[in-house]
Design a protein around this ligand. Structure first.
Ligand code: ATP
Length: 285
């Protein structure tokens, strides 16, 4: 099978279960969002896939082959994360050259072109870059390595709105030209909502949702009105959260049918849910 398969992976630290028997697949050529609140286990998962840390249990297969300490498999994936793996005294251009050693498909010309577009001075040392430009440096690398599996852990940290927009546009252009697997872990959900095809939500080390974005969005509604009425109409629905304000209630439902809500009485206020609101409801309990 092509793609990444995470099988029954667990990882614990002292009294924390960072990942608890997690199984998920990242299919070849799709764009995923890996979502979860602080400490949900996202970075742990990405670090395990890319061999930076090892699981206590379970395994990761890449195109059917074990990823653990397998250089050939690792050459097919790239994790952009908060960590900067380059010697701080190294110049940007040298770091590009270094990357080419491990990633044979690294496109130097493209990297230099991106650096120019983002205003990244390649003669500077990695150490001297501002927070935003450190992110830009890592993003340029991520966009230039040309691997089939790209993992982006909070990729736009410290970037201004223009640079964030530019990054997502370039990422998408690249994907359209030649699709590859992209897994983006971010808290800026609305910014990626239009880009992602599939959503994986982690909570306390477990997967609470794993489905196509379109499917999730299609069935998500916010139902508000008198408590009794909301209770009757939300019966049998997958209610992911509720709120009370006096005698008024709001229920958040997913996987629901559009037809049903067309028939709702006027006293009920029915609105579509966006990804951000769904995420908040699914993870705040
Ligand atoms: N090296 C470590 N030692 C001890 N605990 C750790 C370590 N790394 C992660 N953890 C714990 O494991 C849990 C999952 O952390 P992880 O960094 O994977 O979460 P995350 O979803 O990436 O969070 P965030 O959105 O805040 O980056 C947290 O409770 C965290 O404190």
């Amino acid at each position: 099978m092509r793609g990444i398969e995470i099988k029954e992976v667990s990882k614990g630290y002292k009294d924390t279960k960072a990942l608890d028997h997690v199984s998920v697949q990242f299919e070849d050529g799709k764009i995923y969002a890996l979502l979860g609140r602080n400490g949900a286990g996202k970075s742990t998962m990405l670090n395990i896939i890319s061999n930076r840390i090892f699981p206590d249990q379970g395994e990761v297969l890449v195109d059917g082959k074990p990823a653990r300490e397998n250089d050939q498999v690792q050459q097919n994936m790239y994790l952009m994360s908060e960590q900067t793996l380059y010697p701080a005294g190294m110049k940007i251009q040298q770091a590009f050259q270094w990357s080419k050693e491990f990633y044979p498909k690294f496109d130097m010309e493209y990297a230099m072109e991106l650096a120019r577009m983002f205003g990244l001075n390649t003669k500077k040392k990695v150490r001297t870059l501002s927070t935003g430009y450190k992110s830009i440096f890592k993003l340029v690398l991520a966009l230039s390595v040309n691997v089939p599996y790209l993992f982006l852990d909070e990729p736009v940290l410290g970037l201004d709105a223009n640079h964030r927009e530019m990054f997502y546009r370039i990422l998408l252009e690249k994907y359209i030209e030649e699709p590859f697997t992209i897994v983006i872990s971010t808290h800026l959900i609305e910014e990626v909502a239009s880009v992602i095809e599939h959503v994986v939500i982690l909570k306390d080390g477990k997967i609470v949702k794993n489905c196509a974005t379109e499917e999730l969005l299609a069935g998500g509604y916010r139902i508000s009105g008198k408590k009794e009425m909301v209770d009757i109409w939300s019966q049998g629905e997958d209610v992911i959260g509720t709120e009370m304000l006096g005698t008024m209630k709001t229920a958040y439902v997913i996987g629901s049918s559009k037809e049903k809500w067309k028939k709702a009485p006027e006293e009920l206020e029915v609105a579509k849910l966006d990804l951000q609101k769904m995420f908040i409801q699914m993870t705040n309990r």
